[in-house]
Design a protein around this ligand. Structure first.
Ligand SMILES: Cc1cc2nc3c(=O)[nH]c(=O)nc-3n(C[C@H](O)[C@H](O)[C@H](O)COP(=O)(O)O)c2cc1C
Length: 222
């Protein structure tokens, strides 16, 4: 597969089969992602991968937190990276988000959001989840670098026909993750990426996402 094919074949997969991703693949994908550029070659990221019994523990811990009520005094859902309320995004971004959300109901029917939630609650049945962290007090430029790292990782995965899913869903209980994955207190958990093989029969994998017309976003000045 060439790079452009990997770019166009990649899409977010919201339900994976039980097929595992080998440890050798995981190591080689992270090695490939390390080729991403970073500010003064700072390489600020650390990577934690959960598979097997550890991922099962995380899955169960997350389900418990998802189902907790406010009296349980368990960790509330709150990523280390602050979330911006929808109404604070640009009008253009809000329109894109609304269009995407409406498309889910068109594709999956009124039950679409519920099906998505069910899949998310199981961490998409992913056999491996990659967590990307930055040291506390990181430079804003490190967020740029981490995005490049994550994208390089998922394109390298696609090149091997390994599917992926980048999701907020993975990082909404950072303290639980720090405990289960031995992530130090002085690291911020920024992003989570599932790797695995798409369950082609799963309805949630029919979700698509359009892109803005090129001329809406591009200006070339000669
Ligand atoms: C940082 C980030 C967080 C995301 N979190 C979620 C999530 O929690 N749930 C979800 O269904 N999709 C999530 N997505 C996937 C986006 O919805 C998806 O990338 C977008 O709709 C474009 O679709 P595509 O990846 O299939 O091209 C996330 C994507 C990114 C980059």
């Amino acid at each position: 597969m060439d790079t452009e094919k990997a770019i166009s074949a990649r899409h977010s997969v919201r339900y994976f089969t039980d097929q595992i991703v080998s440890e050798q693949d995981l190591r080689e994908l992270v090695t490939a992602a390390q080729q991403a550029p970073s500010w003064v070659n700072s390489q600020p990221e650390h990577i934690y991968i959960a598979t097997g019994a550890t991922l099962e523990t995380v899955r169960q811990a997350q389900a418990k937190l998802d189902n907790a009520d406010s009296n349980d005094q368990l960790e509330p859902s709150h990523s280390d990276l602050p979330v911006t309320a929808r109404e604070k995004w640009s009008q253009e971004a809000q329109a894109n988000m609304s269009q995407w959300s409406a498309g889910i109901t068109t594709t999956l029917g009124q039950n679409g959001p519920h099906l998505m939630q069910q899949a998310a609650a199981k961490l998409y049945n992913a056999p491996a989840v990659v967590y990307l962290t930055l040291p506390s007090g990181y430079s804003s430029w490190s967020l740029y670098d981490l995005g490049a790292f994550g994208q390089t990782l998922i394109l390298a995965a696609q090149n091997r026909h390994i599917d992926s899913m980048t999701a907020y869903q993975f990082v909404k209980y950072p303290n639980m993750l720090r405990q289960n994955l031995a992530i130090p207190e002085n690291e911020q958990i920024i992003s989570g990426i599932a790797l695995g093989y798409a369950d082609k029969g799963a309805a949630v994998n029919r979700i698509t996402a359009q892109r803005e017309a090129l001329d809406q976003v591009l200006k070339i000045s000669n």
